[in-house]
Design a protein around this ligand. Structure first.
Ligand code: 5GP
Ligand code: ZN
Length: 114
């Protein structure tokens, strides 16, 4: 496997503004924020993306969804609204081939996203 920047962040070898870490997931601030709060939530284990998931990976995605709720409460946008997004593949603009969910909050979002 080529060097994966999100694996390096998960191992603590690359700097990131980490807001949550446990044995299975890490959450850190996006370097190019698209909202007042823009956090990336990743599994520590390398999974290339949604399209490459196996049934064994489903539990950690549930854990990420649960963590998004807790972070939304912590950053005070749980009630006014927030967005949890995972881009998969080139048409969706996935740039990093390590499964990650964008947690965005602190402003209004349009739908459809375009
Ligand atoms: P994607 O387009 O793959 O869904 O999202 C990748 C995200 O990772 C982008 O929002 C980008 O700003 C962010 N990103 C890329 N490299 C780094 C990095 O080294 N550190 C952090 N914190 N975010 C990164
Ligand atoms: Zn990785």
């Amino acid at each position: 496997m080529e060097e994966c920047i999100f694996c390096a962040i998960a191992r603590g070898e690359m700097k990131a503004a980490i807001v949550h870490e446990d044995e299975e997931v890490v959450a850190f601030k996006d370097i190019e924020p698209q909202a007042p709060v823009h956090i990336l939530i990743i599994p520590k284990r390398h999974i290339a993306g949604l399209a490459e998931m196996t049934p064994e990976d489903e539990a950690v995605v549930g854990r990420i969804a649960g963590l998004s709720r807790k972070l939304a409460e912590r950053f005070s946008f749980s009630q006014c609204g927030f967005r949890l997004v995972a881009n998969s593949g080139p048409d969706a603009g996935q740039a990093v081939a390590h499964l990650h969910f964008h947690l965005l909050g602190g402003r209004k979002f349009r739908w459809p996203p375009g």
